[in-house]
Design a protein around this ligand. Structure first.
Ligand SMILES: [Ca+2]
Length: 224
């Protein structure tokens, strides 16, 4: 079972402007300081369990209109699950090559539906998140804010792999992103790696654009 992590948030001691300036400086330094070898993007073995994560630095306006640009890509890897919490004052960065703040991540692949029925997909996230399943935008909660939950429902057919894409953006302080589901016979839980596969086989300088669909009218409210 997943829990919200508001209780772990540290008490701010810097002004918003100070924090933003520090975060931007850290992000820029982390990226520019990389050698060509460190920036080399490995080829990903096809159909490994998990999702293909692409990690970017965020520069410019907040919230970022489109942070998923090839020139800002720092890291690509397969993540077995999306169940991350990077606390302020702790392990704040997703990887040594990544900054602590002002980054964005996209996860792409497919999700396997074991039964036929109505599924709930959602995230706990801090700051922003968007989720697509079967090329349908389930919700768009692309704004700054503390840890909160968003979710929506979609009907799936047993024995089918469906496209899934999660977009996430961290502004400053604590970062969290946890991808969960529930369906008939399954209570809310992190989507396990056995039900995910990263189908992209090679790195593309400019990743494919996400679907541009209208939000579902049954968008779930978020809290926090
Ligand atoms: Ca944050």
């Amino acid at each position: 079972m997943l829990v919200s992590c508001n209780s772990f948030l540290a008490t701010p001691t810097l002004s918003q402007a100070d924090r933003m300036e520090t975060a931007i400086s850290t992000a820029s330094t982390a990226f520019i300081g990389l050698t060509e070898t460190q920036r080399a993007i490995p080829t990903v073995t096809p159909q490994r369990s998990g999702l293909l994560g692409r990690y970017y630095i965020v520069l410019g306006q907040i919230p970022p209109a489109n942070p998923f640009r090839g020139e800002n890509l720092v890291l690509i890897r397969v993540d077995k699950t999306v169940d991350f919490f990077w606390p302020y004052g702790g392990q704040e960065s997703p990887a040594p090559s990544m900054p602590k703040d002002l980054f964005a991540i996209s996860w792409d692949g497919q999700v396997y539906a074991p039964v036929t029925g109505v599924y709930t997909f959602g995230t706990y996230h801090d700051d922003g998140a968007r989720l697509y399943v079967d090329n349908t935008l389930l919700y768009d909660d692309w704004k700054e804010g503390e840890s909160r939950k968003a979710q929506n429902r979609i009907s799936l057919i047993a024995g089918t792999w469906y496209p899934i894409r999660l977009e996430f953006w961290e502004n400053v302080w604590t970062a969290e992103v946890r991808l969960f589901w529930s369906f008939p016979g399954q209570v809310e839980n992190t989507i396990p790696s056995v039900n995910l596969k990263a189908v992209s086989t090679t790195f593309a300088e400019t990743p494919p654009a996400p679907p541009t669909l209208s939000p579902s009218p049954s968008r779930a409210p978020s809290s926090g």
